[in-house]
Design a protein around this ligand. Structure first.
Ligand code: GLN
Length: 243
């Protein structure tokens, strides 16, 4: 078995070391003897994304998101939308998550018309939402508690019937109002969590990997790994900041 991973816009969207999620996914695949390749696809690069199994998009500052608009409009946006519609697996963090919605309006009023791949929209505000936070994952995403770090001015609102990724336990999440965090649409996982999110939440990483493997091969069993260190880090954050 093999997974082809596409790291979208790493040169622009890589706040708070979000690329650590790529390292986490590749290590957890390799430890199980599952081969994987990672290709960075940035501004001006190919827009035929049909050969990839799993996509990762990190976070970015407002102006960095504005930089992407032109490239998305040239063809990559349509390819990303098709991949989401086809059920390919995505992990989209913060700015990369906002990009999947209809638009992101910065707190200065600049409206970035984004992909509309998921029925959501985001409006920026002067007051940023910053801090360690925790949320419980929906059962369809494996359940359990996720710890992370958020830093965003955007308030994201999900469309009617659109499922969140989870429910806030402590912190802001999508908008600091409705206790939702992130989005789960088809096989797209969107979250505000930097951190990076996956290393301290191994169960979520494995759930995302299984989703991509099941889509490609019809089924996948992931042997358990020794996650003592990962869970120590997870519980440390929970205890130190979120109790
Ligand atoms: N620029 C967006 C916001 O401020 C996304 C930030 C991020 O990716 N951390 O909401």
């Amino acid at each position: 078995m093999e997974l082809k991973i596409c790291h979208l816009y790493p040169e622009v969207l890589n706040l708070y070391g979000d690329r650590g999620n790529i390292l986490c996914m590749t290590r957890r695949l390799e430890k199980r003897g599952i081969s994987c390749s990672v290709k960075s696809v940035g501004i001006g690069d190919e827009d035929d994304l049909t050969g990839y199994d799993l996509f990762f998009i990190g976070g970015g500052q407002d102006f960095e998101q504005e930089v992407l608009l032109n490239d998305l409009g040239k063809g990559k946006g349509a390819s990303i939308r098709s991949a989401v519609e086809d059920g390919k697996t995505f992990l989209c963090i913060c700015g990369g998550y906002q990009m999947m919605g209809h638009y992101y309006q910065t707190h200065e009023g600049v409206r970035c018309q984004f992909l509309g791949a998921v029925d959501l929209y985001t409006v920026g505000d002067k007051m940023r939402m910053i801090g360690n936070y925790a949320f419980t994952l929906g059962e369809e995403s494996g359940g359990g508690c996720v710890v992370g770090f958020e830093n965003h001015s955007g308030r994201t609102y999900l469309g009617e019937g659109v499922r969140s990724l989870g429910t806030i336990v402590k912190g802001y999440g999508n908008n600091g109002e409705d206790k939702t965090e992130g989005v789960r649409f088809r096989n797209l996982f969107g979250s505000y969590s930097h951190g990076p999110i996956l290393p301290k939440n191994p169960q979520l990483c494995d759930h995302i990997l299984k989703t991509a493997l099941e889509y490609k091969y019809g089924g996948a069993e992931l042997a358990p790994l020794d996650d003592r260190m990962e869970l120590l880090a997870h519980d440390r954050v929970l205890k130190a900041y979120l109790n």
